[in-house]
Design a protein around this ligand. Sequence first.
Ligand code: ADP
Length: 261
Amino acid sequence: PQITTDMKTLTREVERFAQNKKLEIETLKVRENYRKEFIGNISHELKTPLFTVQGYILTLLDGAMKDKSVRKKYLQRASKGVERLIYIIKDLDMITKLEVGDLNLVKENFDIIKLLKTIFDLYEMKAARKNITLTFDIDYEEKVMVNGDKEKIEQVLSNLIINSIKYGKQNGTVEVSIENLIRNKVIIRVTDNGEGIAREHIPRVFERFYRVDKSGSRKEGGSGLGLAIVKHIVEAHNEKIYIESQLGVGSEFSFTLEKAK
Ligand code: ADP
């Protein structure tokens, strides 16, 4: 009888071991697929600007170099392509850090209005090209002190504002508003009256590399990582991000932040 019990225990142990191994293998497979997909996406993102740069260089080597004005124009375009590559690589670096949780938030108290003014100054030209007006729905002189990682929050706001301009309509508006919320929080909203997002795409726009219009947004020059980065940063602050959007009407992205202590 003793032996039978031991055999039973042993069989159970073996089964448990096998089950654990199976789970481990499945997890590894999921991770491996995730890694492959990520690498596939990266190569895809890098290919377009790289081919553009190569195209200009080859044309220059092919004789375009002789003409001074053409030479300058092509070099400028090649340089824009390189700029784009750097931008994508910076975003990739950021998303990798965010996804492995390797991001140390350096929290401080800062005036979010002041930060928004610098961001507005930075993107005013970009907005002007589409005749988009950037506005605040708050008193310009008012200070709103919040607590968070200023550099990262700057990236959140920049990404949301850039998107509102990119997907905003000609002669449209982009408005940033800040409102007090209960329990020591503010909510910051970035609203545009641009192309909007169809209902079925809304839940997916925060996924990395997800784009509604595959060709359109690439032409606009994003990395497809902007909103994924935004979501990670907001959540790393233990805050929430919301989206409301209607096709043809516009979009509103909002997130909460803690007020300065
Ligand atoms: P991208 O580099 O493509 O802009 P993002 O992660 O910033 O990448 O955004 C993902 C997708 O979400 C965009 O390709 C676009 O389809 C959609 N999107 C983001 N912001 C807006 C907006 N303000 N209005 C309409 N569509 C938007």
